[in-house]
Design a protein around this ligand. Structure first.
Ligand SMILES: [Zn+2]
Length: 257
């Protein structure tokens, strides 16, 4: 059972008991608002944290793995900067997973082909990655996933089965959409914040601190700062005998339909 269902059942029971207590003057009326506030806080945490598995099952790391394997993932491409990322990955002979946005694929189909040509894995990161995408209803969100699938398949002949929700946000509509499309939802447990932190050192330290077998690293192939972070990260992994694998290999799942 999902945590969300447990929280909702407990909240309804607690709410009913409190309501009865309020009617019989055993509790002040505002105590019900305290319960609602607690529910909102827990639900908000679930929405913002893909790793919590609050609304849907997601794969954020594989703690069961006993080999020194980790996965590096790149979001929001393809982008001209992706070509520089590919050069660095080639230099270290490392394979990664790229969660691509449909709109970006439309703009840079050749860069998408270049990623697959190098045997990296492509995942779905919705078609528009709209700022308000988390407000979309189930049908509209389902179409976001399907449209991204179609355009990726058009240029690579492969239909992705791996899906990463934009901003790592999940909610009941996204859970229903993913159930309908049948994708595996992929999160992360090592967020680099390479889109917001201006210091390479800080970003690298965030990733490498306590790095464990089966960890999943989130980077963005759209950022120039990521290039130098990536090179230093690959050197760190080499020194510490970590092997970088694609998401499908890390979790023993299928990348394409
Ligand atoms: Zn994104």
């Amino acid at each position: 059972m999902l945590i969300r269902n447990i929280v909702n059942i407990i909240s309804v029971i607690a709410g009913s008991l409190m309501l009865a207590a309020i009617i019989f003057d055993k509790l002040p009326w505002w105590s019900l608002f305290v319960l609602i506030l607690i529910w909102l806080l827990i639900t908000g945490y679930g929405v913002a944290n893909i790793r919590s598995g609050y609304f849907l099952k997601s794969l954020s790391n594989n703690s069961k793995i006993n080999q020194r394997k980790i996965a590096i993932t790149f979001d929001d491409g393809p982008d001209p900067n992706t070509l520089e990322v590919l050069k660095i990955l080639d230099k270290y002979d490392v394979k990664c997973t790229f969660f691509c946005i449909g709109k970006q694929v439309e703009k840079y189909p050749d860069i998408l082909r270049e990623i697959t040509k190098k045997n990296h894995v492509i995942g779905n990161h919705t078609f528009s990655h709209d700022k308000l995408i988390d407000m979309y209803g189930t049908e509209r969100f389902t179409n976001e996933i399907k449209d991204a699938d179609h355009i990726i398949e058009k240029y690579t002949t492969k239909r992705p089965l791996l899906f990463r929700p934009p901003y790592g946000i999940t909610n009941p509509n996204i859970a229903k959409a993913v159930k309908a499309t049948g994708h595996s939802v992929i999160g992360w447990n090592k967020r680099s914040f390479d889109t917001t932190i201006p210091s390479e050192k800080v970003i690298l330290r965030r990733i490498t601190k306590n790095l464990k077998n089966g960890d999943v690293i989130l980077l963005h192939d759209t950022k120039t700062i990521t290039l130098s972070v990536l090179e230093q990260l690959l050197l760190f992994l080499q020194r510490n005998n970590f092997t970088t694998v694609t998401i499908d290999e890390l979790f023993s799942i299928q990348a394409y339909a």
